[in-house]
Ligand binder design. Structure first.
Ligand code: SF4
Length: 202
């Protein structure tokens, strides 16, 4: 496998198609690499592709992606102006009848996939990184990061760029009722507004 560091995005994407650095490729349909503006000021990192993303080969195209798009639009960021990726590039799942249930990637899998994320960040060179959820936050801020206590705060990432963490949009979709959903969505938009202010120089 070619060393990904220093490669431009099209070559990174092509190289990642053949990655076998952990076992997750075996049960996934394809590598789901990041996409978006190659010189984006904002780079958002999720956990891993979900069922829709695995089938389509693109990040954040399912219900979580729709919610993310709506929230980004509310703070004045168009999805194509950002770069969106995941900490882990293959879908990890377990069968439940006919469904494929998401399973959280472990630290070894996050570590195995880290060179792809590092190479994407190096290629895009964004102004700000945003971690969506605990797995992405672990990849960007280390294991001591606590999403609920530290969300929306400007911090240094392990990749040497500033970043902030917030929840994963899928956690908002799991809200137990309408009021919980409304509050969770508002808090998410508030965190993204901090990011929008930073990249606009405000
Ligand atoms: S999850 Fe990441 S490290 Fe594991 S095989 Fe896929 S691309 Fe490679």
């Amino acid at each position: 496998m070619e060393d990904p560091s220093g490669l431009p995005l099209p070559r990174l994407r092509a190289a990642a198609r053949g990655c076998r650095a952990c076992d997750l490729w075996q049960n996934a349909t394809q590598t789901v690499f990041g996409e978006g503006e190659p010189a984006a000021r904002l780079l958002l990192v999720g956990e891993q592709p979900g069922d829709h993303e695995d089938r389509e080969g693109r990040p954040f195209v399912g219900p979580s992606g729709a919610l993310l798009d709506r929230a980004l639009e509310e703070v004045g960021i168009a999805r194509p102006d950002a770069y969106v990726t995941n900490a882990v590039k293959h879908f990890k799942w377990v069968p439940r009848g006919k469904r494929r249930l998401h399973q959280k990637p472990n630290a070894a899998e996050i570590g195995a996939c880290a060179p792809w994320l590092e190479a994407e960040v190096a290629a895009v060179r964004p102004q700000l990184l945003v971690a969506l959820g605990a797995t992405a936050a672990q990849a960007l801020f280390g294991r001591s990061f606590r999403v609920l206590a530290q969300r929306g705060q400007m911090l240094s990432t392990v990749l040497g760029l500033p970043g902030l963490g917030t929840v994963h949009p899928s956690s908002i979709l799991r809200a137990p009722d309408e009021e919980a959903y409304r509050l969770a969505y508002q808090a998410f938009v508030k965190d993204l507004r901090v990011a929008a202010t930073v990249i606009s120089g405000g």
